[in-house]
Structures are given as structure tokens and as C-alpha cells.
Design a protein around this ligand. Structure first.
Ligand code: HEC
Ligand code: HEC
Length: 315
């Protein structure tokens, strides 16, 4: 029966869109889901306070990493920080501004939350709380512990921000050798050297010190395989049998419409993680259902190309 069924399937397949295999744990692209390497390069930690041009503040690495009192390098760059963003609510609600930064643009391993529609932001927090959205243990824990009033305060703060240009996308064959440092952060390996990019996106800080000290002035460069941008642009416009034109829902410039989030200028690896988890079912909130048909026939390379292209756009 099995043979017959697959022979039948083969006979009709050419007339149908060939579905990409389902996304499952085995094909999780490890480059998009960075996890701190067990073995770390031997770098002597700098314990001296750091100062920064144009800032009256100085912080040590330990102070910059305090998840209940975030570094406030440039108070004039952003509105007054609400308590939930600057201090969180110990012990279980860490300060949002620690990982997402006061400018909301975040790091490669977290998420770019500046200028997200408040209604969308609140829905995500509820999805983390219910477990419908997975992919970040921290966010699920925060979702459980945070109050509705705190969610609203954080949502309104980040929604009020201008979305900064945070990503530079470069097509290349070779990338610097990297490792995953503390906090799931991809950094350039101190030993130097390059390696083939393969089918990956490699995102590293424009300036490592700025990122390590959670200074909000500069973002990231994403290296992508040659040709990714053009292929991504084609997919985003909609390819029959593959996917739907993203602008239908995300708006003509992909900057979001009502409570549908912007996808332009966001972190490339983050976008890959979301497309992957929407396909695998790890991100399955009530509104994520609208993305089901969009991702159903996308393979990993398609997700990579889409993410490269959307990250390259102005946010
Ligand atoms: C320890 C780091 C960390 C802290 C602190 C943190 N987040 Fe997050 N946040 C993450 C990560 C990681 C993700 C998900 C990344 C992914 O899915 O790939 C995320 C995702 C989100 C998203 C989803 C964004 C989107 O576009 O859908 C929202 C909303 C969010 N966080 C809100 C908050 C709020 C509110 C706080 C403070 C109460 C907070 N976060 C604190 C790490 C953090
Ligand atoms: C039918 C409407 C629809 C279409 C078409 C659509 N999207 Fe979405 N998309 C949504 C909705 C609604 C959400 C928010 C889901 C939620 O609230 O969890 C979303 C969320 C996303 C997210 C997560 C954003 C974040 O901040 O976490 C990404 C990435 C995304 N879409 C990419 C795309 C791409 C790429 C395309 C085109 C190939 C596309 N979408 C087409 C409706 C759509």
C-alpha cells in the first residue's frame, strides 16, 4: 500500500507545489539559534570601568550586565525609562532594557522591539505566558511573572520609540571565524581567520565593546551568502506555490499595519528563528495562525534569503 501510495503521490506531484519537508528539531539551523559554547577562548576579563565618548557615565562589565539596574549610557537618546524597562521586578522579571536595550533594537540573540505596535507586543507577552509561543525560556519565565500593568508600560514605551537602523547586510563567500560567548552572543574569534559562509547567516557586532557593554549606539553586521538578497526580494514579493506577498499583511514597505508587526530592518537571525518556529509549531499564538500558510512551503534556504533581504531594508 505504502509503495502504491507514494507512486501515486509521485505521479501527481509535478502538478502540485512540492511542499518543503516539515521543520523539525533535527533541522533546526544552529547558526540562527546561538547557544553559549562550552569551551570559551581564553580572554582575560576586563574588570575596569569603561567610559564612552559623549557619555557622563562609566560602568564595569559586571555593572553593565546587571539585569535589575541597566546601564543608562545616553539618557538623551531615549525617553525617560519606565521602572520595568530599567529595573524589571526582581526576582523573576528582569529589566527589558537589559537585553532589548533602551533604544529597543536589542542584540542578535534577543529581539528588536523598538516601534512594535503595542497591541502586538501585549499579545506576544500573553503568548509567552500561555506557552503558545516558545523559543525563549527567559521570555516564558517573564511572561509568567510580569503583571498586565507592567506589560502595558513596557509595550507603550517600546511602541513610542523611533526604529533605529541597526543592521548592515553584506553578501560574501567567507566570514570571520566566530564563537558563541556568554549570553548566547556570537563574537569574532580572537584567534582570527576566516571560513566559508555555507548556508548560514553570521551576525556579529559592528563594534564588540559597544555590544558587550550594552551601549545603545551601534548594531550589527550580518554576513549572508551571495545572491541571498535578490532571492529574498523575489520571495517577499510572493512566489506562486512557495509563499504569499508579505506586503499584503505587513504593509507596502513592510513596516507593519495596525497590530501586524513590522518586519523591515529587523535582526536577520531573529527572523529565521520566527519563520522556523512558526513552521515547527513552537510559535503558535492565535494570530500566528495567519503565518501558517506563508511558511508551509518554505525551506531553510528560503527563510535565510527572506531574512537577509528584510534585514537589509530600512526599519
Ligand atoms: C535576558 C534577556 C531578555 C530580557 C531581560 C527580556 N527579554 Fe524579551 N526577548 C528575549 C529573547 C531571547 C526573545 C526572543 C528571541 C527569539 O524568539 O528568537 C525576546 C522576545 C521578546 C518579545 C517578542 C518580540 C517580537 O517581535 O515578537 C517581546 C515583546 C519581549 N521580548 C518583551 C520583553 C519585555 C516586556 C521584557 C521586560 C519585562 C523583556 N522582553 C526582557 C530576551 C530578553
Ligand atoms: C495573511 C497575513 C500575513 C501575510 C501574508 C504575512 N504575514 Fe507575517 N505575520 C502576520 C501576523 C498576523 C503576524 C503576527 C503574529 C502574532 O501575533 O503572533 C506575523 C508575524 C510575522 C513575523 C514575526 C515578527 C516578529 O516580530 O516576531 C515575521 C518574521 C513575519 N510575519 C514574516 C512574514 C514574511 C516574510 C511574509 C511573506 C513571505 C509574511 N510574514 C506574510 C501576518 C501575515
Amino acid at each position: 500500500m505504502k509503495i502504491l501510495a507514494s507512486a501515486f503521490a509521485l505521479a501527481i506531484l509535478p502538478t502540485l507545489a512540492i511542499p518543503a519537508p516539515p521543520a523539525n528539531a533535527q533541522d533546526k539551523p544552529t547558526w540562527a539559534f546561538p547557544v553559549t559554547d562550552k569551551e570559551q577562548p581564553d580572554i582575560k576579563p576586563n574588570t575596569a570601568p569603561r567610559s564612552a565618548a559623549g557619555s557622563a557615565k562609566s560602568y564595569t562589565r559586571a555593572q553593565a550586565d546587571n539585569m535589575f539596574d541597566i546601564p543608562d549610557w545616553y539618557p538623551e537618546m531615549y525617553p525617560k525609562l519606565p521602572k520595568i524597562v530599567a529595573n524589571g521586578n526582581a526576582p523573576n522579571v528582569r529589566a527589558c532594557g537589559s537585553c532589548h536595550l533602551p533604544v529597543g533594537a536589542g542584540h542578535d540573540e534577543s529581539a528588536y522591539v523598538a516601534a512594535l505596535p503595542a497591541a502586538y507586543f501585549i499579545r506576544q507577552m500573553n503568548d509567552y505566558r500561555s506557552g503558545a509561543r516558545k523559543g525563549s525560556g527567559t521570555m516564558q519565565q517573564i511572561g509568567q511573572a510580569i503583571t498586565d500593568a507592567e506589560i502595558k508600560e513596557a509595550a507603550d514605551y517600546f511602541a513610542s520609540l523611533k526604529a533605529p537602523k541597526w543592521h548592515r547586510v553584506v553578501e560574501t563567500d567567507a566570514v570571520p571565524k566566530t564563537y558563541i560567548g556568554q549570553g548566547n552572543k556570537r563574537l569574532i574569534h580572537p584567534d582570527g581567520g576566516t571560513e566559508p559562509i555555507g548556508n548560514r547567516i553570521i551576525t556579529v557586532p559592528e563594534d564588540e565593546e559597544i555590544v558587550l557593554y550594552r551601549d545603545p549606539r551601534k548594531g550589527f553586521v550580518s554576513y549572508v551568502p551571495k545572491g541571498a538578497l535578490a532571492k529574498g526580494a523575489e520571495l517577499v514579493a510572493g512566489v506562486p506555490g512557495k509563499t504569499v506577498n508579505c506586503a499584503i499583511c505587513h504593509g507596502p514597505d513592510l513596516k507593519g499595519v495596525a497590530d501586524i508587526p513590522p518586519i523591515a530592518g529587523r535582526t536577520a537571525t531573529y527572523t529565521v528563528r520566527q519563520l522556523f518556529m512558526m513552521k515547527s509549531g513552537e510559535r503558535a499564538g492565535p494570530q500566528a495562525a495567519l503565518m501558517k500558510q506563508v511558511v508551509a512551503n518554505l525551506g531553510l534556504d528560503d527563510m535565510l534569503n527572506i531574512a537577509a533581504y528584510t534585514a537589509s531594508l530600512d526599519p
